[in-house]
Design a protein. Structure first.
Length: 453
């Protein structure tokens, strides 16, 4: 009989971390995952779940602590599910992120790229770095108004008034709304009954001038219940430049919906990265850490010192964050994205940056024939978490640019994509950019060079 039975308590040493930042332990050939346990640590663990191929446990007591463990600075860390690396000293946390990337490349992509070869761009700002945050709003079991973050491993909401990742100025606004909304009779969404009006509140914020877009996620197009609160906020806060209500009537879905209603202020928020300027809406994608995005884009430029006279494709370009950062350095740039609002924003950003050398194209990269575009010298691509589609990978092989810069927020799908491209391209450099300090997430930038045959 397996020693990993539910309810069993045993002393165990963690060998490694998995990609979810759980301690990975081995017991008589079986795998045990223990959240919060760090490599090398010994702990008394209680088995909470036992499957055929693996088990899960919780820490009863840490017997031997790792030298790189530290006390989390955030008072909400034990309950909030937003951060998962705050109990690890920063340098070690960055090292572990690189380790997870290397392990995924090896295990899923059959790529041996040692951790020591991985370059690291650490975070300049480790706290209060988020230029966007959406906080869920829920009705508690006693009818109370809850605004904060999802509880670790659950769908219930815990208040996070002292969150260390939110921008401080924006956090003050979020806390004020969470306090005042119930006083104005605004009913929070109930996860069980699927009833209620307010599903979430959020912000977008330009870090340079502290101008802010406020976003309310509501269950109907009726915005009247918000008006007394908006009048109160407008009187109290001068940094709010724009206000939107995002409508999501789907009772099974609590995130942002497809329709946004402009309630006041400017239609778009002005954002800046380096010399480039951008207009963004409430739902368009934009990197949440402005300073780290600048450092990442500078790194991308450094990888392409001799390609400035050819054409560049920017695939999955969104509002053109990377597009217009590159535009002043390259002769021609083609920006491709499927999202209609993002393409509209990209066109506006083209005008604002006087980027006549940029061509913005709306197209689904699962079906669009990109081979009809001007043959590129370089392709840069920052796909969603799902990675590159097979059809796009096949087209890249057909076009065969001299270099591909692949940016990824998920090293598992990155490993798969690199494996698919391995016959035609060789990895020249691999860099992790700490875009999300205190979490397990990391951006990876890979430079691929065409294999000459």
């Amino acid at each position: 009989m397996s020693s990993l039975q539910k309810g069993t308590i045993l002393d165990i040493v963690a060998d490694d971390l998995n990609s979810s930042c759980e301690g990975l332990c081995r017991v008589n050939g079986q795998i045990l995952f223990v959240p919060g346990l760090l490599p090398g640590e010994k702990a008394c663990v209680k088995i909470t779940e036992a499957k055929k191929k693996y088990a899960r446990g919780t820490i009863e007591k840490i017997i031997d602590k790792a030298h790189f463990r530290e006390e989390p600075a955030c008072p909400h860390y034990d309950q909030c599910g937003g951060c998962d690396f705050m109990h690890i000293k920063y340098d070690k946390a960055l090292e572990l992120k690189a380790h997870i990337v290397a392990e995924n490349l090896k295990r899923l992509g059959h790529i041996s790229w040692g951790e020591k070869k991985i370059k690291k761009i650490p975070a300049e700002n480790k706290v209060h770095y988020r230029n966007k945050f959406i906080l869920p709003v829920r009705e508690g079991e006693k009818g109370e108004f809850l605004c904060g973050a999802f509880k670790r491993g659950a769908r219930s909401v815990v208040p996070i008034p002292q969150c260390l990742t939110q921008d401080l100025a924006a956090r003050e606004v979020m806390n004020y709304i969470a306090e005042k909304a119930p006083r104005y009779g605004i009913r929070p969404f109930n996860e069980k009954t699927k009833e209620g009006y307010l599903k979430g509140i959020g912000y977008r914020l330009e870090k340079r001038n502290k101008k802010m877009m406020l976003i309310f996620i509501i269950s109907s197009e009726d915005t009247a219940p918000l008006q007394p609160l908006l009048d109160d906020i407008d009187f109290r806060f001068g940094l709010i430049d724009s206000i939107y209500a995002n409508v999501n009537p789907d009772p099974a879905h609590t995130g942002m919906g497809g329709k946004s209603i402009h309630l006041g202020g400017k239609e778009y928020l002005d954002m800046y990265l380096g010399k480039a300027m951008y207009k963004v809406g409430p739902a368009t994608f934009f990197q949440i850490n402005s300073r780290q995005a600048e450092l990442m884009f500078q790194h991308v430029l450094s990888l392409l010192p001799f390609e400035r006279w050819g054409a560049v494709w920017d695939l999955y370009s969104g509002v053109g964050a990377l597009t217009f950062y590159l535009a002043s350095e390259f002769k021609r740039v083609y920006a491709v994205d499927v999202n209609a609002e993002s393409v509209l924003m990209a066109e506006k950003n083209k005008e604002r940056n006087f980027a006549d050398n940029v061509t913005v194209i709306r197209g689904n990269l699962e079906s669009l024939d990109v081979t009809q575009l001007e043959t590129p010298e370089v392709v840069v691509t920052d796909p969603p978490r799902s990675g590159l589609t097979e059809s796009l990978t096949a087209q890249l092989k057909k076009v065969c640019p001299s270099k591909i810069v692949l940016i990824s927020c998920d090293s598992a799908t990155l490993a798969r994509d690199l494996d698919r491209l391995s016959g035609e391209y060789a990895i020249k450099s691999l860099t992790v950019v700490d875009m999300f300090p205190m979490t397990r997430h990391v951006e990876t930038v890979v430079l691929l060079s065409r294999v000459e045959k």
